[in-house]
Design a protein around this ligand. Structure first.
Ligand code: CTP
Length: 209
């Protein structure tokens, strides 16, 4: 049964994945098998396969409506109740969901990471610990450019266009204000060693209780 759900939120390319993965990788071998698991909000992007590519690229992927948060809430509740869930797998190149899914078992500690976790009240209620990664936007933009070119099949032109049209405005409308719902605000994302160690200690303490 999942007992504690930790949300790691923050801007796109702020270092949420690195922060979450570092905690997970450093703890996974120390803890009893299946004690900790990770789920990404990105897995819950709505499938766009019914739309032509020209429409898919114009979708606002930084607005809460782009996500199937209802399914995510349902999955978090199932994990708390002790049931396994099949998390979707998302393809950023095609903007679609794969036919395969990823089975996640109810670990005692569940880390959830994503841009809009703290802006949706229904989702927010599911979290026991809420962390916001507060990395300067210029650093996020540089990382996003590099990542989207290397991993998501994008061009500089498409990145700049999307950034101006949706990523930046949605950050100021939804993500930045959600920082005030966080219990902890972490600077420098995945590179903040002290913050990583604090969360690791908290997790170990929770598992000893
Ligand atoms: N996105 C996109 N195309 C899609 C779906 C999502 O460009 N078909 C973009 C959205 O614009 C959104 C971003 O993906 O801003 C969300 O992913 P992000 O938070 O950047 O990924 P992480 O790897 O979790 O980021 P971090 O570096 O913080 O770990």
């Amino acid at each position: 049964m999942t007992q504690t759900i930790i949300a790691i939120a923050g801007a796109s390319a702020s270092g949420k994945s690195l922060f979450s993965q570092t905690i997970y990788n450093e703890l996974v071998n120390e803890l009893e098998p299946g004690a900790i698991a990770i789920i990404e909000e990105d897995a819950y992007y709505r499938d766009q396969s019914h739309l032509p590519m020209a429409h898919r690229v114009k979708t606002n992927y930084d607005h809460p409506d782009a996500f199937e948060h209802e399914l995510m809430v349902e999955h978090l509740r199932k994990l708390r109740a002790g049931c396994a869930v099949d998390v979707p797998i998302y393809d950023y190149n095609e903007h679609t969901r794969a036919t395969e899914t990823r089975r996640v078992l109810p670990a005692k500690i569940l880390i959830v990471e994503g841009i809009l976790l703290l802006s949706d009240p229904a989702l927010r209620d599911e979290f026991d610990i809420k962390v916001f990664i507060d990395t300067p936007l210029d650093i996020c933009l540089m990382r996003r450019m590099q990542r989207d070119i290397e991993e998501r099949g994008r061009t500089i032109q498409s990145i700049v266009e999307q950034y101006k049209r949706t990523v930046r405005p949605m950050f100021y409308q939804f993500i930045e204000p959600s920082k005030h719902n966080a219990d902890l605000v972490v600077t420098r994302g995945g590179k903040n060693r002290v913050a990583i160690d604090i969360i690791k200690s908290k997790i170990k303490h929770l598992l000893q209780e």
